[in-house]
Design a protein around this ligand. Sequence first.
Ligand SMILES: Cc1cc2nc3c(=O)[nH]c(=O)nc-3n(C[C@H](O)[C@H](O)[C@H](O)COP(=O)(O)OP(=O)(O)OC[C@H]3O[C@@H](n4cnc5c(N)ncnc54)[C@H](O)[C@@H]3O)c2cc1C
Ligand code: SF4
Length: 338
Amino acid sequence: MINFQYARANDVADAVRMMAADPAAKFIAGGTNLIDLMKEDVERPSRLIDISRLPLKSVEETADGGLRIGALVPNSDLAYHPLVAQRYPLLGSAILAGASQQLRNMASTGGNLLQRTRCAYFYDTATPCNKREPGSGCSARNGLNRMHAILGFSESCIATHPSDMCVALAALDAKVHVAGPSGEREIAFADFHRLPRTTPQRDTNLHPDEIVTAAELPAQSFAKNYTYLKIRDRLSYAFALVSVAAALELDGDTIKEARLALGGVAHKPWRDTSAEAALRGKAATPATFTHAAELVLRDAKGFAHNAFKIDLARRVIVRALTQAAQGTPQSQSNKKIR
Ligand SMILES: Cc1cc2nc3c(=O)[nH]c(=O)nc-3n(C[C@H](O)[C@H](O)[C@H](O)COP(=O)(O)OP(=O)(O)OC[C@H]3O[C@@H](n4cnc5c(N)ncnc54)[C@H](O)[C@@H]3O)c2cc1C
Ligand code: SF4
């Protein structure tokens, strides 16, 4: 048994103060990832700062027509929220493609952003892992790397980011609101998660003493032509081999605006703005979609067990864009009643 302290924060300022006073502490929200990591001895916080009762549980429209989602809104509440179901169904579909209903009931928006990789070596403290223990090596490079990255990896780490929700947030061009000892700031979603480079132990650009308070979506919601397509080893309760969030705004057959982000392929949700630019102004045809897929995957490289993901990703991108263009998302509906 490894001892740790427990304290409950009264408000955001209190949470920030507590964290500044004890840098080895960790915030706990739903606990669905952190508690597992503590049980496996991967994380050893000196203290858990319980933020689960902070008033960050609302979903509100913003003045410019977007949506502000409190960091403690549970994943299931968010997926089924009427404003999300009607206006941002891409986000709802992505959330419902992740985990199980029970986990989604506990998991928070902020915790989902900060969940850690599912690389098996990261969880296995008997093996070297640069993310868990910087400088120790990467067991996955020459090990079992079927689930690992094909884009944006480094010598140090080839892990993937496991979130589904974050892939949709990347495609929707969200912002993350955070608070820390020096006040509040916003981080563009594309800058929130990091590539591993030489510091794979750092998943995000959130400072250790900062708390996520909200995620914000802009007004453009792509409610008509969207798809979240997740390919995995089982139909539910499995992390993505490859997932694609595709969103289009069409004028007849012509693509006016496009969004494309991938999950399961990199250390962060992988949005490719050059592929989006290549889609804009073009006819929504298989040739256009294939070209966009080639652009996304131009630098992709596989390892011994995951090279199949490159071709898989190509086909999933084309299929997701095709479904989006046809307005026939094949993902789970978030209009169901729980
Ligand atoms: C069996 C299983 C299957 C799963 N399958 C999927 C899946 O298919 N797809 C998917 O996307 N996810 C999946 N998940 C992951 C799940 O979505 C995450 O565990 C969950 O979103 C984490 O949220 P939480 O509130 O429980 O976070 P916690 O476990 O409480 O915290 C996670 C991390 O975030 C930090 N944190 C939490 N809130 C804040 C905040 N507001 N500010 C700063 N730091 C914060 C904590 O300190 C901790 O480091 C699965 C989980 C399990 C256990
Ligand atoms: S891929 Fe990253 S998380 Fe996995 S063993 Fe290598 S360093 Fe660790």
